[in-house]
Design a protein around this ligand. Structure first.
Ligand SMILES: *Cc1c(COP(=O)(O)O)cnc(C)c1O
Length: 432
């Protein structure tokens, strides 16, 4: 691939159609072709050697002599174009794409932590992430400590017994309750926490950021359009690209964006763990990025209207949606400071929040809204967090995180709003 030009001063929406690709490279094709190839031919043995030294982190990446293509577990033209475009939204130094959101999360943790390190993470958190911290981290001698998401995070974290905090892991808005955590406060907190890499380590890859506690943010729910954690001081912003970035419920992928030295380190681990996304998925993501903003805007408009309908419904006790936050509340203030829109995820609780049967009845009656996990696609999806996405979260964490048996999560799609509201109306009051 050619050396990257400096990014033109255009808005992300304008860059999504062509940035990082020149039609002359491919017979004038307006869209980048898909390179279904496992390996790439080197021009010379010297080039092959130089590329490998950079890929394995033995030599620093030289921006003037960028690493050439090697093998599709390391890089591929479509992936390089995609990664250039992904970093645009948050103005990040670099971006990487992964085989899934969980691949992005687990590869990042493995790349940055050493045995004995501590990870402080907000709850509620995506079910798979919770499982990783609760059940896999201990076997790697990583101590993951849950702390409630939301206003006042710094105070709660300061009261924890911290020895060697390496990562402050925040998901905001949190899945499924949409609880807001203050990213600027979290960034200050990470800056305050003392981390000192152990002198002796069984992990012999050159240390990265040896004296920093890193703020890592899962930005799947609002990003990259309505919230950009990097602008608020996060070191890394992680995504399940399966959700809004993919946007059509037809692919599984993930992404990591952020500071150059950290992303380069994660990239070496991605190479060795083999957690990269494959070219066709990357190509689908490129297509999806072109409509990301308009999809997210249309979904959000529907969510605002649906949330208003739900709030007024007698069968519903509580609606969790950033757009309904009282601006004078602590969470409302966080929302105003760090988000440019409320997004399209709503969680609502039945009149009796303990009434699982009532929630199941509504889920079974909805017709236009599909009963399925996942979110961020063009069609409306509903699910039951306690029994589905968060069923592997311990009852204790469910309780602490406010996930009740009567809670339903909705991901709004782009259907006509009148049809959506009619569907929820018939499901909530079958007598009508
Ligand atoms: C779905 C999701 C993930 C996991 O992503 P996959 O692509 O399914 O691996 C992580 N975080 C959040 C917030 C999610 O919604």
């Amino acid at each position: 691939m050619e050396p990257r030009e400096p990014r033109p001063a255009r808005h992300p929406e304008s860059l999504m159609m062509g940035y990082g690709y020149v039609p002359e490279w491919s017979e004038g094709a307006i869209k980048p072709p898909l390179f279904l190839t496992s390996t790439f031919v080197f021009k010379s043995a010297e080039d092959g050697e130089a590329y490998f030294r950079q890929a394995y982190g033995l030599d620093p990446v030289d921006p003037k002599r960028p690493m050439g293509l090697i093998y599709s577990r390391l890089n591929n033209p479509v992936l390089e174009i995609l990664e250039d475009r992904l970093r645009v939204w948050e103005d990040a130094d670099l971006a990487l794409s992964f085989a899934s959101g969980m691949a992005a999360i687990s590869t990042t943790i493995l790349a940055l932590c050493r045995p004995g390190d501590q990870i402080v993470y907000t709850i509620p958190v995506y079910g798979g992430t919770d499982y990783f911290f609760e059940h896999i981290a201990p076997s790697l001698e990583l101590e993951a400590i849950p702390v409630e998401a939301g206003p006042g995070l710094a105070e709660r974290v300061r009261s924890l017994p911290l020895r060697r905090p390496r990562i402050l892991y925040v998901e905001t808005p949190a899945n499924p309750t949409t609880t807001m955590t203050d990213l600027a406060e979290a960034a200050r907190l990470a800056g305050e926490l003392q981390y000192e890499a152990p002198a002796e380590s069984r992990n012999d890859v050159a240390p990265v950021a040896p004296d920093e506690c890193l703020l890592v943010v899962d930005n799947t729910f609002l990003g990259p359009v309505w919230q950009q954690p990097i602008r608020h001081g996060a070191h890394l912003s992680l995504y399940s690209a399966t959700k809004f970035i993919g946007g059509h419920s037809d692919l599984i992928a993930g992404a990591v964006l952020g500071r150059r030295d950290l992303v380069e380190r994660v990239k070496v681990f991605r190479t060795i763990l083999g957690s990269i996304s494959e070219p066709f998925t990357a190509w689908l993501m490129l297509r999806s990025l072109e409509t990301l903003k308009i999809r997210m805007a249309a979904q959000q408009e529907n969510a605002i209207a649906l949330a208003r309908f739900l709030v007024d419904h007698p069968a519903v006790s509580r609606v969790h949606f950033p757009g309904l936050l009282d601006p004078s509340s602590a969470e409302g203030a966080i929302f105003r400071r760090q988000c440019s829109g409320p997004g399209s995820l709503i969680a609502f609780e039945m009149k009796d929040p303990e009434d699982k049967a009532a929630a199941f009845r509504v889920l079974n009656r909805l017709k236009l809204a599909h009963l399925a996990v996942s979110l961020g696609g063009t069609e409306t999806l509903v699910e039951h967090p306690a029994a589905m996405t968060h069923s592997d979260v311990s009852p204790e964490h469910q309780l602490r995180a406010g996930i009740t048996p009567g809670m339903i999560r909705v991901s709004c799609g782009i259907e006509h709003i009148d049809d959506l509201i009619a569907d929820f109306r018939q499901a909530l009051d079958p007598e009508a």
